[in-house]
Every structure is written in structure tokens, then in C-alpha cells.
Design a binder for this molecule. Sequence first.
Ligand SMILES: [Zn+2]
Length: 635
Amino acid sequence: MIFLYCRRGISLAAILTVLAFPALAAKKKPKETAKAAPPTVTISLDASQTPRKIFHVKLNIPATPGDFVLYYPKWIPGEHGPTGPVQNLTGLKFYGNGQELKWRRDLLDGWTFHVEVPAEVTAVETSLDFVAPAGEEGIYTGGPSATNKMAVLSWNTMLLYPAGWTSDELKYQAALKLPQGWKFGTPLPIDSQSGDNTKFKPVSLTTLIDSPIITGEFLRVVPLANDPPEEMDIAADSAAALDAPQDVLDHYKTLTDQALKLFGAQHFRDYHFLYSLSDHVAHFGLEHHESNDSRLGERAMIDPDLRLLGAGLLTHEYVHSWNGKYRRPFDLATPDYEKPMQTDLLWVYEGLTSYLGDVLSGRSGIRSPAQFNDALANIAATLDHLPGRTWRNLQDTADGVPAMQGAPAQWESWRRGLDYYDEDVLNWLWVDTIIRQQSNGQKSLDDFCRLFHGGQSGPPEVKTYTFDDIVNTLNQVVAYDWRSFWTERLSNHGPGAPLTGIENSGWKLVYDGNRSELTKAAEGAHDSIDASFSIGFSLKKDGTIVDTIEGMPAAKSGIGPGMKVVGVNGRIFSGDVFRDALKATKDSSEPLELLVENTEYYKVHKIDYQGGEKYPHLVRDESKPDMLGEIIKPR
Ligand SMILES: [Zn+2]
């Protein structure tokens, strides 16, 4: 998963990328039916009113008399938290033999429903509506997902399932009605089709929830590979948005080839990049075994700047088919969607995925080497200005995510964000360079991937792992004290980003007054100015301060997030006036003077700073071989 959050107002995500309280259902054991054959549930989804963002669902759920327990999916794979959007579950009704049945929500768990099923009733007819958010509220599959022209249908948002079975045991047979003339793409096996109605083959609940549907009036299918078949199913809010240059699409063909060379096997029957292009859906990526649900702005494929910003998304989500879905931390592989997930190994699940996704973006040509380096420089620089590491270690950014995700954008450098993504790009690069050094260039992280993610090609399966499995597999590639390495990386409170991987690979992180192509694209796309690495804040073009970095000059002068710069050195604020003044600090001994509005009050802040503009770059260290160039060379 990648949540395209704004780090200090500049979306860098694209740049690359528990304990349970006992649920009542556990106490009130469902009837002892677990020995009988698992039930088959039929589900009929009427998506014909997608433009209104309301979805009607009917389910036939085989039932047992008494207190019949049904769950709405709560812990959604890949979302790393109890994010099932139960607030948008509406119109819930249950019937048995034509009579409406009484129900009550569980007092300890709002995703659990108790239905009173009379003795003679063997199936509960359920009707419900899922109402998708129309604004900006909600995250991931619970966020905005439907427009006038397209939608992503995530089954986890649209169903209930009976307690007492694992999601592998439960069978679901789905039917779908779409708006007239809309096309769709999905990895879900199709049984039959008639007009706007489709019947799917029965699958496990696991597979159903793992197989979203993208649909729209404008849908383009781009074949990528034949055996097994792989394709992009791209839905957009306009036909024009689908008109990507051929070489852009060709890079994704190369991606499938390079991924197979990296991992040595594939764990899907066919694969679908379900790619949404809309300014009116939530922007993120969510992985599945046989697809990914990736969503960017409408012009993300046809605008070069937006293409650059989004370059890391699809590669990240694709890598997850191997790292996250096939190989999964033991405590993220839960039997259903009710049992809480534990997120301590996300530094592998997400961190390694981000690193490999970035590497593949280089090997496939989705990013040029210079673009790859700029992305890495931005990650390194951002993490190198992170005071939050003094109180919170990297491990805690993973451990805490079920509670911490969805935090406001403000105060991120002090709170720390989801650093197990980006900081572990630097750490896995470090690992890659150690393997290459220790083996005199004979081995690399590719060898780890073939051992860990390869094996036999075939349909989706899950092989779980622990911390020890990571250490042991790394030792199979090259003997080293990997346990101490990772323990130190995850637990230290030292200042500064882990830059050793960059340095080992023959490059250095430097700052100068020139914005990279990537920084310019990010500032343009977000209408923002990034002064993070100079005075330590980022602001919108209207002067509103998105975030400040604790300990840096702007914060020291008393400026905080949410305030608004209205004047610069006695002149009315504009982006250009501010940038000129920042640049001029180099030749001035006077402080930079900002007039700042804060909750209806004005104050002049004098910022003691003489460094000029500062933007990050990587430059070659000629004393060492260019290992980074080697890492992103196509195999
Ligand atoms: Zn991810």
C-alpha cells in the first residue's frame, strides 16, 4: 500500500513510495457449525447507480438458528489497520423466510452484527447499501472511489460474512450489474456475461476481497505479457486521459519482464494493473495477489510532470504480489478480517517493497537514472531532517501504524510518519551494497529475492515469515551479522538519515540552490514551495504554512504549521518574492523578516538564516565505483 500523503506539502510518496481485545464473537462462540461444510454465500452487487455513489447489495447467507454472528470486514489486507468503512454501511436489513429479523450491533465491536435467527430459518437474506464518500473523507478503499465516469468496486466494503469460518473456507458467488455500457477489468474469474450483468465463478472470500473491479465509461486495456497474461485496465474520467504515449506503456511491459528476472517466479494466474485516473477518487495504491488498485489524478499518464511524480506507484504495488501477498509476515496473515493484524514487520513488507519498486522503476525505464537519483535524494534529505527520530525509533513507525495512520499532515517531522517506507528504502539499499561488497560483486539483493520470493510459479499462495527468516535468508546469500544490523537500524535514536547505502554505492547527498525536475514537478502539482531544507518549512503558494520542522530556523523564530505568511522583508508575500528573499539570504547579514498571520493576529518573525535556497541532489563520489547505476541497470 502507498498512501499518497503530503510530506510537508510536497507529495514525495510517488517519489520512489496488538494485541486484540477479545471480540464479543469470540466470547459468544458462534453455533458449533464449524464441522459442517463451509457455506456458499451469494452476493449480488447493483452498481448501476455508481455516479450517485450508492451501491445496493443483496446477500444470501446460509445461517444457523439463534444468535447468528455476521462481520463487516474490519482489518483490510494491505491497509494495515481497522479501516473497514463501517460508517458507510447503510440500509442494513435481514430476512428469514420472508420475515424481517431483529439485529443488534455488538457492544464491543462496531463491525460485528448479531441477528436473531428463528429455528426454521436456514438462510438469511441480507440487503445493504454501501454509500461511497463524495468529498475527501475516508481513506483507502473507504475513501472516494466513484465518479460520474468510473469507479473501483472493493468487495470488502460491500459485504458481510458469517463467523465461525476462515476467509479461505467461505465461498462467495458474485453477480454484478454495472451502469449501461460501462466496461470493467478484474482478476476475478468470469462465469458468464449478458449486457451490463456479469456472473463470476465461485471463489473463496479471500479471493473475492483480493479481486476488486475497476469499471468505467472510458476504460483502456493494455496487454503487457502473455504467459501468464498480464494487463493494465485503466479507467479515467475522460478519454483524453487514456491517450498515453506508447513508450510510457512499453515501460510497463519491460517492468513485467524485469520483475520476473528479479524474482525468478510469479505467483498469480493472471495479473491486472487496475489503474484509476481521476481527480475525484482517493489517491493511493493497494496491493493484491493478482492485481493492484492504484489511483492517481486524471492527467497522471499524459502530463510528464505528473507522470514523474507517480512513477513509483505501480512498481511498488506490483512488487507486493511477491513481497506482501506471497511472502507475508506471520502476524499479518490473519484467518479473517476480524482478527487484528500486527504490523511490526512492515519494514520488510513495505520497506523492501518500496526499495524493489524503485529499483524496478529504474530497470524498466519508468524512471531515468537521473530521475531515480532525484527520488532517492529527496527521500534521503527528508529523512535527514527528521527530529522525531529522537523520541521515536523506526520500529515504532511500523508498530504504531494501525493507530497512527491518517494523522494530520502537520507536525510530521516531529511526530514521524510512515517512515518504514522511505527510511527502509535507504536501509535495503544499504543491505544491497553490503551484499555486493562482501561478495566482491558476485551477489546482490537480487539473490535474496530469488531465494525469498521465487520458488515455483503458480496460483496465489501465502508463505509466512518471521524476523529470523529474513536474517537466515540474508545469511544464505552472504554471511554477515544481519541480526545486529537490522536491530540497530530499527531501534536507534541517532540523528540523521541512514546514508551509508548511498555512500557505499558511490554517491553523496548534497544541497544546492537548484531545484531538481522532481522538486519542480512536486511544487507545481501541489501549488507549493519547499523550503524544508533551508529555513525548514513548506508553504502553499498563498503563503499558508503546511508544516515546519522542529529545530530549524523558521520553527526557532516561532513559526508553526497552519500560520500564513503575508509579507516578506516588508513587501506583500508572493511565491516569487519569498523565493527571491530566501535566495538573497546568502548575501545578507540581516535576518529574513516574515510577516505572519496566526489565528487573526499578525506578528513579524525574524529568521536568523544565511544559507540561501537548498534543494537535495545526489552527486558522484568518484573514489568509489557507481554501484547505484549497476543496481538499476536492466537485467
Ligand atoms: Zn505498499
